[in-house]
Design a protein around this ligand. Structure first.
Ligand code: GTP
Ligand code: MG
Length: 226
C-alpha cells in the first residue's frame, strides 16, 4: 500500500457517470482531504510513539507502517455490498476504513503496547475494536483492527475515523500470501487447502510466541539457553 497525493479515481468512469454520480464525486472530493490529513496525522503519531519507545525502552515496536486512502470505486463497492444507497451520508456513517493504516509490529506484545499508548491520547477515541489475535478468523487470519475517531484541527475541528490493522511480521506474511493465493484460486480454496492455511497460521503464531519469549529472556537477563 502506498499513500498517493492524488485523488484515486478512474477518469474513464467519470466521463460515463450519471449526474448523481458526478455530484457525489464532487462532494466526496471536498471531504477526501480530511481523510488524508487524518492519515498523515495518525502515521506521524505512530512514528513518534515508535521513536519514544526506542528512547524509553531501547526497543522499536514498529517494524514498518503502510498507509492508503481507499479508492472511491472501492468505497462504492463496499457501500453497495452492505446494501446502502451511494450518498455522502451513507459513506460517512458506514465506511470507517477510508483512511487505512497497517502497523506491522515486531512482537505480539508490541501491538498491545502501541494500542495502549495511542488510546491514551486525548484527541483520539476508540470507536471499535476487532481482536482477531484473541479470536482468530476461521481462515486463520490474525490481526487487531481498531477504528479510532481522530480530531482534525482546521478552520473547524472535524472527527475522522482511521482504521488501523495491527499485526506482527509473521501475521503479515501469512495474510499477504493467503490473499495472493486466494486471488490465484479465484476465491475458492479446497477443504485441504483451507486446513493447511489454518495450520500454517497456527504454526506462525507459535513462532511469534517463541520469539516473544526469547526476546523477554534476552532483555530481562533471564538465562534459558537449553
Ligand atoms: P470489509 O472491510 O468490508 O471486508 O468488512 P469488515 O471490516 O467487517 O471485515 P474484517 O474485520 O474482516 O476486515 C476486513 C479486512 O481484514 C480485509 O480487507 C483484509 O485486509 C483483512 N482480512 C480479514 N479476513 C482476512 C483473511 O481471511 N485473509 C486475509 N488475507 N485478510 C483478511
Ligand atoms: Mg474493514
Amino acid at each position: 500500500m502506498a499513500t498517493s497525493g492524488k485523488l484515486l479515481i478512474n477518469m474513464e468512469a467519470i466521463k460515463n457517470a450519471s449526474v448523481e454520480d458526478k455530484l457525489l464525486l464532487q462532494e466526496y472530493m471536498k471531504i477526501e482531504k480530511y481523510y488524508r490529513y487524518a492519515l498523515k496525522e495518525m502515521t506521524a503519531r505512530l512514528e513518534n510513539l515508535d521513536d519514544y519507545c526506542d528512547y524509553a525502552f531501547a526497543h522499536n515496536p514498529i517494524h514498518h507502517i503502510e498507509a492508503r486512502i481507499k479508492t472511491l470505486d472501492n468505497i462504492l463497492e463496499k457501500i453497495h455490498r452492505r446494501g446502502h444507497p451511494p450518498t455522502m451520508e451513507t459513506i460517512k456513517n458506514n465506511i470507517y476504513d477510508i483512511a487505512g493504516i497497517r502497523v506491522i509490529c515486531n512482537y505480539i506484545n508490541d501491538i498491545y503496547q502501541m494500542i495502549g499508548l495511542l488510546s491514551k491520547q486525548k484527541d483520539i477515541k476508540v470507536r471499535l475494536t476487532k481482536d482477531y489475535i484473541l479470536k482468530p478468523k476461521d481462515t486463520g487470519y490474525r490481526s487487531v483492527h481498531i477504528v479510532f475517531d481522530m480530531e482534525i484541527y482546521m478552520k473547524e475541528t472535524v472527527i475522522i475515523p482511521v482504521e488501523i490493522q495491527f499485526r506482527t511480521i509473521a501475521m503479515d506474511m501469512w495474510a499477504s500470501l493467503e490473499h495472493e493465493l486466494r486471488y490465484k484460486s479465484n476465491n475458492e480454496f479446497s477443504e485441504s487447502d483451507k486446513a493447511n492455511l489454518k495450520k500454517y497460521s497456527d504454526d506462525l503464531y507459535n513462532v511469534d510466541l517463541c520469539m516473544q519469549k526469547m526476546y523477554i529472556q534476552k532483555t530481562t537477563g533471564d538465562k534459558d539457553d537449553d
